[in-house]
Design a protein around this ligand. Structure first.
Ligand SMILES: CC(C)(COP(=O)(O)OP(=O)(O)OC[C@H]1O[C@@H](n2cnc3c(N)ncnc32)[C@H](O)[C@@H]1OP(=O)(O)O)[C@@H](O)C(=O)NCCC(=O)NCCS
Length: 157
């Protein structure tokens, strides 16, 4: 039987490995920049970062979830990021991470958890369905580059 990972909250000291896995997710991040983001997220009680670890130091995946406020509906819990190292997929790690995130949400009184998954992330779709999630909508994402942002040197770009 394969070894089960331990799921625990992330700490700042885990940042280098979580940054590496962020690259695996498709968002390469400089270690210092990632550490800055992680510090900010860890300081917020409405966010949780969980990691899956084999033994004392082999981190194989992470999940970030948060509670969001909306005017048009009650507060919602959303999985914002989830990744398992390529060599550790298919071992139940994603399932464990999602189960602990669900327990975190349940403890806070949430009745449901949402996740948005890019249509390109083909492996995640059957995964979420196996986890009991139902596809409820498909969206377009719009983005606009803002002009006139001041750089640290004081220039407008
Ligand atoms: C999606 C992802 C997190 C799944 O993690 P994982 O640890 O491999 O998943 P698990 O081993 O816990 O699988 C749980 C269940 O989902 C199923 N599943 C997982 N990946 C699957 C796939 N590619 N195709 C079909 N079913 C899959 C498993 O068979 C398993 O079902 P079972 O319990 O009935 O056997 C992982 O593939 C990954 O990190 N992908 C890249 C990043 C990504 O897409 N993240 C999601 C962003 S929204």
């Amino acid at each position: 039987m394969s070894e089960s990972p331990t799921i625990r909250p992330a700490a700042l000291v885990d940042s280098p490995r979580l940054a590496e896995l962020c690259g695996v997710l498709g968002y390469p991040a400089e270690p210092q920049e990632f550490a800055r983001r992680l510090r900010r997220v860890l300081s917020r009680s409405e966010h949780v970062v969980l990691l899956a670890e084999f033994g004392p130091s082999r981190i194989a995946g992470w999940l970030h979830a948060a509670a969001h406020d909306y005017l048009e509906c009650n507060q919602q819990c959303e999985i914002l990021g989830l990744v398992v190292a390529a060599e550790d997929r298919g071992k139940g790690i994603g399932r464990h991470l999602v189960a602990v995130a669900e327990a975190w949400a349940r403890d806070r009184g949430f009745e449901q958890v949402t996740v948005r998954s890019n249509v390109m992330r083909l492996e995640s779709h059957p995964f979420y369905e196996r986890m009991g999630f139902t596809r409820v909508k498909t969206q377009h994402v719009y983005r606009k580059r803002l002009q006139g942002i001041r750089t640290e040197e004081g220039d407008d770009v």
